[in-house]
Design a binder for this molecule. Structure first.
Ligand code: SER
Length: 312
């Protein structure tokens, strides 16, 4: 990667990723972009307002900055998608189609995140293999499976350098997640510091894969910098560094905040989504093909999250 365009850069991943990429690749080589519906348009020198469903605008920005890599993060998440599945399809699929076509025309590499949401109730839940049954029951999942296949297709048919991972729930303190099912595992830390208490919309006993954002950011860099001759697979690699339910997360927080309490007000929509997803992914292929090596386990993440959020 030399000159990088990030779409959806004001989102949860983009906020951390852009900062890390600027450090490594230089400020002049990281172009951030987002639709700009949120109040907080960042004051960044190379920020562009971009609605990824506008093919011409997307192309013009990629061309103008002569980027060699697109990190395509703009997407609607699972819970918001169940409220408006048509909107999700429009943004996630038309945005992706534009990213693929631009990558084909301009010869850029393309990273597209997939998700644990690409799995469904018939997927093996424990030690979920990378190649397995994918019959998701959310529109988010449908778009992720279709996206993985589209990215593979553009690689096989046109030689576009597409690469992707299936991210688990991502936990971070810079920007909030925008309406996913795993968001409880972020909100819990905010409330732990503010109120010493959290009411979870996900039920006790519901395990999901998770990862701390610094590891997720390194994943993107490591995969995009990986020697392509080592990549047997492209879209998409299972990645995860921990798997827990709300009770296990509570216990981890209690090691730092002993009086922290947790109760439940389960949201049936997000609970059903969570139950349709795996408990724990098998990440062997990511480790073997490009050296996936996450650093944070649950307790290390908890200590760092509470410290950083406390400073915030
Ligand atoms: N964190 C996402 C969600 O919950 C999963 O990819 O929608």
């Amino acid at each position: 990667m030399k000159k990088i365009l990030i779409t959806g850069s004001t989102g949860q991943i983009g906020a951390d990723l852009a900062e890390r990429l600027r450090e490594q690749y230089g400020e002049d080589n990281v172009i951030t972009s987002a639709r700009g519906v949120s109040a907080d348009i960042p004051n960044e020198p190379l920020f562009e307002r971009l609605d990824v469903t506008d093919a011409q605008a997307f192309y013009d920005i990629a061309k103008k900055h002569q980027v060699d890599t697109i990190l395509h993060l703009a997407a609607v998440l699972s819970a918001v998608g169940e409220k408006d599945p048509q909107l999700l399809w429009h943004i996630n699929m038309n945005g992706l189609q534009n990213a693929l076509e631009i990558s084909r025309e301009l010869g850029t590499a393309l990273f597209v995140p997939s998700s644990i949401g690409a799995f469904g109730p018939s997927t093996p839940k424990v030690g979920t293999p990378q190649v397995t049954i994918q019959r998701p029951t959310t529109m988010y999942g449908v778009s992720k499976v279709a996206g993985e296949l589209m990215c593979d297709y553009y690689y096989l048919k046109y030689g576009v350098d597409t690469r992707g991972v299936r991210f688990p729930g991502l936990i971070s303190y810079k920007a909030l997640p925008g309406g996913g099912t795993t968001d409880y595992a972020v909100h819990i830390y905010y409330d732990a510091l503010k109120k010493n208490h959290y009411t979870s919309f996900i039920a006790a006993g519901t395990k999901m894969d998770m990862m701390y954002m610094p590891d997720a950011v390194e994943c993107i860099i490591d995969l995009m910098e990986a020697d392509p001759s080592r990549l047997i697979d492209r879209n998409a690699f299972n990645v995860s560094s921990m798997s827990f339910d709300p009770e296990e997360l509570k216990e981890s927080i209690r090691k730092v905040l002993p009086d922290f309490t947790l109760d439940y007000d389960v949201d049936p929509v997000r609970q059903a989504i969570a139950e349709s997803w795996p408990d724990s992914l098998d990440c062997t292929e990511a480790r073997e093909q490009w050296g996936f090596n996450p650093q944070y386990d649950l307790d290390a993440m908890t200590v760092d999250m509470l410290e950083k959020l406390g400073q915030k």
